[in-house]
Structures are given as C-alpha cells and as structure tokens.
Design a protein around this ligand. Structure first.
Ligand SMILES: [Mg+2]
Length: 342
C-alpha cells in the first residue's frame, strides 16, 4: 500500500462561534489522506480540533511517522493488525490515525465493490435523522438562519452564551414543532446547569450535551442525579477508556471519529456504551463529505446523529452522504461512497 496526504482547507459560509474560550473561525484546516493498492485509491480525512490537542501541523507530522507503518503493512486486509501497529507507532494523534483507517476502509470497500455499511452488516434505511446545528451567531443571524430551517425536524442549538433564554425563545417561536437539542459545550457550572436544564424542560428540549467542563466528573454525578433531562457526554468522552466512568454521570455519549481514532475504535465504544445502558450519538466536526460519509457508514448503530458538518461549508470538495432537511442518505457506491465534487 502507498500513502499520500495533503492539507484540505474548508471554508465555512458563516463564521462559527461556540462557547470554547471565544472560539470563532471561518476556515478549518483538515488533512486529506489517500491509500493506494493495485490501482485503487481509498480516501480518508482528518478534522483536528485544538481542544483535543491536534491541528493540521500535528496531523501532517503524525502522518510522516505513520506512513512507513502503512507502507510496510502491504496488505489492506489486515485492518485490525494495522490499527494496532499505528497505535503502537504513535500515541494520541487520534484524528491522524482516524484518517488513515478511514482510507483503509474505503479502499477495502472499493476492492470488494461493497459499501462499508454492507460489509459491517448494517442497513442504510436504519439510519436515524440527523440534527442540524445552529451556532452562537447573535440573535439577528440566528433569526435569519432559523427562518431557513424552521420546518426541519431536528435542530441542535449551541448555548453557553450571554443570552441563552433569548435564543431559546427565538428558537421556539420560529420552530415550534422541531425536536430541539441543546449543546452547552462545557460552558456551565453545576448549579447554573441545573437551573438552566430545569428551564429548558419548558422549551421541550430533548437532551443537553456537555453541560459542564470535560473534567468535572464529580459535578456531573451531582447534576445527573438531579437533571430532569438526559445529558450526553461530548468533551468528556473522547475514547473507549473514557466510557465506563461516564455511566451514572451521563445518559449517553457523543462519539466522533476524529476524537476516538476511527471507525474500529468507534464500534468498540458503541459496544461498551450499549453494555452500560448508555445512548449513542454520532457527531462530527467541520468536515467534508469524506469524514461525514465515514461516520454515516456506522450511523445505523446510533440513537442520535449530528452529522451536518459539511452543510456549513461554502463548497464541499467531495460528494458522498446526502443531508436533506435532516434526512441522511448513505451512498450506495463502494467503500465510503465518496468522490471529488464537480
Ligand atoms: Mg458537542
């Protein structure tokens, strides 16, 4: 197998604002990975995020280290072994390793001419609806955005800003029938979170994602035992080893390929969550159709989906899984089912 990689710059239509230390950006610096074997090319994507300790520069450096391991592996059918070897060659760098594994699965699917979800024994029609996410863009921009999506079935609202209740009033007045989820992105303290969640019940919110800072596990135990709404771990749940301690502190986990190291790790997290009675959400970062279609391939296993990351892009350089008013259509093409746009 041969491996190559290059920066993949993704510009979003509107600047994204979330509650993490004033995070605001309009270009996302991802990395495209290609694996080639016998004239067939598999595509993968890394979507590094600074709060998880990675960026485009660290991903490119990690791929320099991982490339000889991939070349030496030779055979694309030794996925389990190769994933172990990648983990041994380099600790952490989960987003870089996820991209290699994604490309490997794409390659395998193309070699045997089957979509990955078929190879995993999953049916495309079992994919649940995905939410569409609205960001902290100020009430005026939010109002404009809400007008476009008011009749979409599932919305996720980023809270943790200075005017959360104003935002919720606006959401419910514009989208009275939508299922509404809230993501606080670790913005609240325990008592403030409980107070907010009690208020959010009146807005018929379905669940609240990551109300407290990632490491506040004690705070989550306190909050979980009192919360009238389900709470889902995102920043508190990166990889498989995090899952057991979240039981009794959260009702579910948000798995992202870029956090956990790829599809194989994600499948293990899903199995662990199910054994512990936790709900499973699959999420994304700002990503092209490559990463989103990879997550889409295992989406029939999830209870909740947040796979809208490419709808935010000015232009997605790839075509794959379709997002239409929260309904996802998995590609019928082999592997991840992704090809360059245009
Ligand atoms: Mg989140």
């Amino acid at each position: 197998m041969e491996i190559s990689y290059e920066p993949l710059e993704l510009r979003v239509r509107n600047t994204l604002n979330i509650a993490h230390e004033g995070f605001s950006d309009d270009v996302f610096h991802n990395v495209l990975v290609r694996l080639e074997h016998e004239g067939v090319t598999g595509l993968g994507e890394s979507a590094p995020f600074f709060i998880y300790g990675e960026n485009q520069r660290t991903v490119l450096a990690a791929l320099e280290t991982l490339a000889p391991v991939v070349r030496k592996a030779g055979d694309p059918w030794r996925a389990e072994r190769l994933v172990e070897e990648l983990d041994r060659a380099l600790g952490r760098n989960w987003s870089a390793k996820a991209a290699v594994e994604m490309a490997l699965y794409d390659l395998q699917g193309k070699l045997c001419e089957k979509p990955l979800h078929c190879m995993l024994g999953l049916r495309a029609k079992d994919t649940p609806l995905s939410n569409f996410t609205l960001y902290l863009d100020g009430t005026e921009a939010l109002h404009d955005q809400l007008r476009l999506v008011a009749d979409w079935p599932v919305l996720k609202i980023k809270l943790g800003g200075p005017n959360d209740l104003e935002v919720m009033d606006l959401v419910r007045s514009e989208a009275p029938r939508a299922v509404v989820r809230v993501d606080a992105n670790a913005a609240w303290e325990p008592r403030q979170a409980l107070e907010m969640i009690r208020i959010l019940v009146d807005y018929e919110v379905e669940f609240v994602e990551q109300p407290l800072p990632a490491g506040d596990i004690d705070g989550m135990k306190w909050l979980h035992s009192r919360s009238p709404l389900p709470v889902i771990a995102d920043e508190s749940c990166l990889r498989l080893e995090d899952v057991p301690q979240l039981c009794g502190r959260f009702d579910g986990i948000n798995i992202k390929l870029t956090k956990c190291g790829g599809i194989r790790h994600a499948l293990k997290m899903i199995a662990c969550a199910r054994a512990l009675g936790l709900k499973v959400m699959l999420g994304c970062m700002v990503e092209s159709s490559i990463s989103l279609s990879a997550a889409g391939q295992i989406s029939p296993l999830a209870d909740y989906l947040d796979l809208d990351g490419n709808t935010l892009l000015e232009q997605d350089p790839f075509v794959g899984m379709k997002f239409d008013r929260c309904r996802l259509t998995l590609p019928a093409e082999p592997g991840l089912g992704v090809r360059p746009a245009g």
